[in-house]
Design a protein around this ligand. Structure first.
Ligand SMILES: [Zn+2]
Length: 154
């Protein structure tokens, strides 16, 4: 059986620190993340509505771009990802100091590994796509040009 999907890639920068990391990742540092979002229609077919703008599509790329930029890229770009449950006191002090100076801080409830991030993004993106009868087939998140985490739909 054939399956059809489309994908789009996004990049943005953000900072984090990994509490309890035994190496240099315990320091505040940043990555230029790249994310590839591959989507399919829940029906598995293309839109079949002759005479409409989306006939023969899964989703207009313009719409996919806007949904992902609004949900993920814009809120996170150039932010410090703050793990509110961190066991590293410095992480709380950093977040407090940045906030005091009106810098961009985003609260998260998990240790900001690439694996945890991609799982969180999968949930958020699926939530934003459900009204379009679209779901994520596969999501990849690179934290460097040679390192990525991937999550696939059930
Ligand atoms: Zn890192």
């Amino acid at each position: 059986m054939k399956t059809i999907s489309i994908a789009k890639e996004f990049t943005w920068s953000m900072a984090h620190m990994l509490a309890n990391h035994s190496g240099k990742c315990r320091n505040i540092h940043g990555h230029t993340y790249k994310m590839q979002v591959e989507i399919e229609r829940t029906s598995g077919t293309l839109i079949n509505d002759p005479g409409t703008t989306n006939h023969g599509m899964i989703l207009e790329f313009y719409d996919l771009n806007k949904i992902i930029v609004d949900a993920i890229v814009e809120p996170l770009d150039h932010a410090f990802l703050y793990w509110v449950g961190s066991t590293d006191e410095l992480e709380h002090e950093v977040a407090t100091l940045l906030r005091k100076h009106d810098r961009k801080v985003v609260d998260i409830s998990y240790r900001p590994t690439t694996e945890n991030l991609v799982l969180d993004f999968l949930e958020q993106i699926n939530k934003n796509l459900s009204s379009y009868e679209i779901k994520v087939k596969e999501l990849k998140l690179w934290e460097s040009p040679t390192s990525f985490a991937r999550v696939k739909a059930d």
